[in-house]
Design a protein around this ligand. Structure first.
Ligand code: PHE
Length: 451
């Protein structure tokens, strides 16, 4: 990604951006949040936010990147010196996410290894997952392995290869997710779960649900951290920006929806209607899916392929996270790629270890019942991302003005269909909403009140 080459085609751009967007956020994080926050209620709120907020912010970020041809740090500075801080703030986000993301990535590698060595029955045991993450060296070992895999790719800079592999792996992931969901729905009790997942209950709508959906949106679409600005800087001026954004959104949201469909009805089936199973949190995918596979014909083989694909999706996202950090350090300090990559990997290893140990030896460190990993997740998704998103809105709405973005979108000669919505969202709705969200998230995080 060093030389600012363009993506060869619009499809190439959409796939590369989707490679960053589609990851553990869709398959691991979305289902457990949806399970925790009221199923259909969460789903509905998420969908509404995706087509309004998500669309607005992603369009703004990609347009800023394409307009300036620079990554976040340079782009804001070039457009207005006073917003230099925003580029820097945006980079703090991946620095927080990358280490704990790799901890979860390590769990995926572990499950892939267990499945490929025929451990499907064992992995379906009730305490298998909690015993695993409660350990000391095992989870750290798998975490470091995932980190090393990511680092190798970033150091070699084989984006071309990734683009090619994505084209094959992503469609297979979709097909497999559909097969597993359909099978899951045939299990006893799954229908009740399907209803829970699809049917919104207006009475359940709360500030907390909206906050969780918003954090998930930024995270899942890789927004508010400069990644989409960087990707936009590689996009050709002749490709339609608006339809690219729609496609990335559709892809990202579609996979998240399918992942929920695969996991939530199965939770109902295996817990015998015990609703407390829904609040399992980060471990949900790792506890429910092995049970599905264990009860399935050829479950061992299907599970193996499944975890391989999830691993792949996680790697493409982790690579985009690490690449952002590495390229910023390289630009800022003039360091070589190899040195910077190794340094970032070592720092990430050190930062990730506490998150990994937070379910075992460091389990006593909690804050409002959150483990260390959850605290990192809260900090990035519920605090920093809304802050970056807020300033991005102000920047576009009042400094460079929405017209600058609209002009960039219309560069191809096509109309900007959602321009009206974009203008209102970026100037008024989004910033006001973001301030409310941020204030309530910080206040509740500090324990001032429970939302
Ligand atoms: N969007 C990725 C996912 O859903 C995670 C990610 C967040 C990647 C931020 C890059 C930047 O898993």
């Amino acid at each position: 990604m060093k030389d600012r080459s363009n993506f060869t085609s619009k499809l190439g751009f959409v796939l590369a951006a989707s490679g960053s967007a589609v990851g553990l956020g869709n398959i691991w994080r979305f289902p457990y949040l949806a399970a925790q926050y009221g199923g259909g209620t969460f789903l509905l709120i998420y969908l509404i936010l995706a087509v309004t907020f998500g669309f607005t912010l992603m369009t703004a970020e990609i347009a800023i990147g394409r307009k300036t041809g620079l990554s976040a740090i340079g782009a804001f500075k070039v457009l207005d010196k006073r917003f230099n801080f925003l580029g820097i703030l945006a980079v703090v986000v991946p620095v927080i996410i990358f280490p704990y993301y790799s901890v979860i990535g390590g769990w995926v590698v572990k499950y892939f290894a267990v499945f490929i060595s025929g451990g499907v029955k064992a992995s379906a045991g009730d305490t298998y997952f909690t015993d695993f993450i409660g350990g000391t060296f095992q989870p750290i070992g798998w975490f470091l392995l995932f980190l090393a895999l990511t680092a190798v790719v970033v150091l070699c800079g084989v984006e071309k290869g990734i683009e090619k592999v994505s084209k094959i792996m992503m469609p297979i992931l979709v097909v497999l997710t559909i097969i597993i969901s359909v099978y899951g729905l045939t299990l006893d009790g799954a229908m009740e779960g399907l209803v829970y997942y699809i049917k919104p209950h207006m009475a359940d709508v709360s500030a907390k649900t909206i906050l969780a959906a918003m954090g998930q949106l930024f995270y899942s679409m890789s927004l508010a951290m400069g990644i989409m600005i960087t990707y936009g800087s590689y996009m050709k001026k002749t490709d339609s920006l608006e339809s690219s954004v729609r496609q990335i959104e559709l892809f990202d949201t579609g996979i998240a929806f399918l992942a929920g469909l695969m996991i939530i009805p199965a939770v109902f089936a295996f817990s015998g209607g015990d609703r407390s199973a829904l609040s399992a949190g980060p471990g949900l995918m790792f506890m429910t899916l092995p049970k599905v596979f264990a009860s399935m014909k050829f479950g061992g083989a299907i599970g193996t392929i499944f975890f391989l694909l999830v691993l792949f999706a996680a790697l493409t996202s982790a690579i985009s996270l690490m690449e952002t950090i590495v390229s910023v350090f390289m630009d800022r300090f003039g360091w070589k790629r190899r040195f910077t990559g190794i340094l970032v990997a070592i720092l990430a290893a050190l930062m990730g270890i506490p998150s990994s140990l937070g379910f075992g030896p460091l389990g006593f460190i909690t804050w409002n019942n959150l483990s260390i990993l959850d605290i990192m997740d809260f900090l990035s998704n519920s605090v920093l991302m809304p802050i970056v998103a807020f300033f991005t809105c102000i920047f576009v709405g009042f400094i460079i003005k929405p017209k600058a973005i609209a002009d960039e979108v219309k560069e191809t000669g096509e109309p900007f269909k959602a321009e009206g919505m974009f203008n209102i969202m970026i100037k008024w709705v989004a910033p006001i909403f973001l301030v409310i969200i941020l204030a309530s998230s910080i206040a509740s995080g500090l324990g001032w009140f429970k939302i």
